[in-house]
Design a protein around this ligand. Structure first.
Ligand SMILES: Nc1ncnc2c1ncn2[C@@H]1O[C@H](COP(=O)(O)OP(=O)(O)OP(=O)(O)O)[C@@H](O)[C@H]1O
Ligand SMILES: [Mg+2]
Length: 242
């Protein structure tokens, strides 16, 4: 019996609302085109791709969709992954042939409907591993068993790992970090992945300040308890004043 991985969903309603906006788009693509495998990459390093990808997976799972999160960042050691559980089996193990049954690299998590595949040991030659025909086999098997497969990859500005995987996924997203990712990085990423324009699902603007978010989604707090109470009290006051 494999260990269960503890994941902690975000408790911030604004952040959850922002993630749900992405999930609505993915859900639409799933319904419209049957898209199931979504790859997330960054236009620059440290912009929040992994955080966004994991929270998309949690949100889909919490909505009742059978979801698996596939960590395809083979360049980072497990100890830099903010995950407490040590992976005994992993994607690397499957791709190198050490683990023959893909079911053995799938871990349950504390979030209902969400499973997790660890990347495994840091690998010196991820390009060759990701090009491996087994990767395609794995994705087609996961597609049969899950409603959604969310794939996390390193940024395109540093590696071409995402570029290797995009041909074998349905759609991809680019995460940019507001106030950090440069316009050039974003343009370069779009050019680099230009051959796969039909698979491009959009850009996620991450790490917006609250005022920037308000600028993008004006009445994002319209349904907050505080706002609704104020509306209710104003209406009562108006009635009293009649
Ligand atoms: N929306 C956000 N608000 C605040 N902090 C965030 C947000 N998104 C990510 N972070 C923080 O930014 C840091 C980098 O996040 P993360 O590891 O997800 O980035 P990444 O793009 O996957 O990095 P890498 O390029 O190394 O793969 C983490 O400390 C994470 O907690
Ligand atoms: Mg990452």
């Amino acid at each position: 019996m494999k260990e269960r991985l503890d994941l902690y969903p975000v408790n911030n309603s604004i952040l959850n609302d922002a993630i749900d906006r992405i999930v609505v788009k993915l859900h639409g693509l799933n319904k419209k085109n049957g898209a199931k495998t979504f790859l997330c990459t960054g236009a620059g390093a440290n912009g929040g791709t992994t955080t966004v990808a994991l929270n998309i997976a949690i949100s889909l799972a919490e909505a009742g969709w059978k979801t698996v999160f596939l960590d395809c960042d083979l360049r980072k050691d497990q100890r830099f992954k903010r995950i407490g559980t040590e992976a005994k089996t992993s994607l690397t193990g499957f791709l190198t042939g050490e683990v023959s049954d893909y079911n053995n690299i799938i871990y349950n998590t504390s979030v209902d409907n969400l499973d997790y595949v660890f990347s495994g040991e840091k690998n010196e030659n991820p390009v060759r591993l990701l090009c491996n025909a087994k990767m395609e086999t794995l994705l087609s098997r996961l597609k049969k068993s899950y409603d959604f497969v969310i794939i996390d990859t390193p940024p395109v500005s540093i590696t071409n790992d995402a570029e290797i995987l995009i041909p074998v996924v349905d759609k991809y997203l680019i995460v940019v970090c507001m106030n950090e990712t440069t316009k050039k990085q974003l343009v370069d990423s779009r050019i680099q992945l230009g051959d796969y324009e039909k698979k491009f699902a959009g850009i996620v603007a991450n790490k917006l300040g609250i005022m920037q978010y308000k600028g993008a989604v004006k009445d994002f707090d319209y349904f907050s308890k505080k706002n609704l109470l104020k509306k209710q009290n104003d209406a009562i006051e108006r009635k009293k004043g009649k």
